[in-house]
Design a binder for this molecule. Structure first.
Ligand code: HEC
Length: 168
């Protein structure tokens, strides 16, 4: 009888110990995966978008451009001056993805894959000189936004917003 109890205790300990080791390994692996994703995989505004924006967009959307509410007061004049609304900071740019100009950034930059008329958005051509460069930069914007929805604010859901990344 005593031997049986000892056996059961031994088997029980071994099983518990193994489970502990397995769970620790899974936990550590998960943490590692997450850390490496944040270091390499996630596109950030400061590292990836800002330099590209300065290169491709800021001559028309930089510090000398009016804020959007000012821009819409006299679109014609600003367009003649080759100026679009100002988007040269994180906050300005995000306001063209979520609010108040939900989906504007995505509609402007899309290559025609998601636009209603299947034509590229007005700003797609500014993404690069070659098709390859345009596609590369479009990919950066897509990964940065996370949820490439072209919806207007009225159709935007809380889920749409929650699934956007827009990391700083
Ligand atoms: C040569 C000047 C020029 C360049 C370069 C340019 N844009 Fe524009 N952009 C404009 C003008 C002008 C408008 C306003 C167009 C209109 O209202 O029809 C505009 C409009 C936009 C809009 C829509 C704003 C709105 O809601 O009306 C977005 C978003 C945008 N641009 C993003 C970009 C991005 C991102 C880049 C760089 C890849 C870029 N643009 C490069 C001139 C430019």
């Amino acid at each position: 009888m005593k031997k049986t109890t000892q056996m059961i205790t031994l088997v029980f300990s071994i099983v518990t110990l193994s489970l502990l080791i397995v769970s620790q390994t899974v936990y550590a692996h998960g943490k590692e995966k997450h850390a490496s994703k944040n270091q390499k995989g996630d596109i950030t505004y400061s590292r990836d978008i800002k330099p590209m924006f300065e290169n491709k967009c800021s001559k028309c959307h930089g510090a000398k451009s009016p804020v959007h509410m000012e821009f819409i007061k006299d679109v014609k004049k600003y367009k003649n001056d080759k100026k679009g609304p100002r988007m040269n900071t994180y906050s300005h740019l995000v306001s063209f993805a979520i609010w108040p100009d939900a989906g504007s950034l995505m509609r402007a930059l899309d290559d025609g894959s998601f636009t209603k008329n299947k034509k590229p958005g007005k700003m797609f051509k500014h993404l690069g000189k070659s098709n390859q460069e345009r596609q590369q930069n479009l990919k950066l914007f897509k990964n940065w936004v996370g949820n490439w929805t072209l919806k207007e604010w009225a159709d935007t859901t809380k889920d749409d917003i929650n699934s956007m990344k827009l990391a700083y």
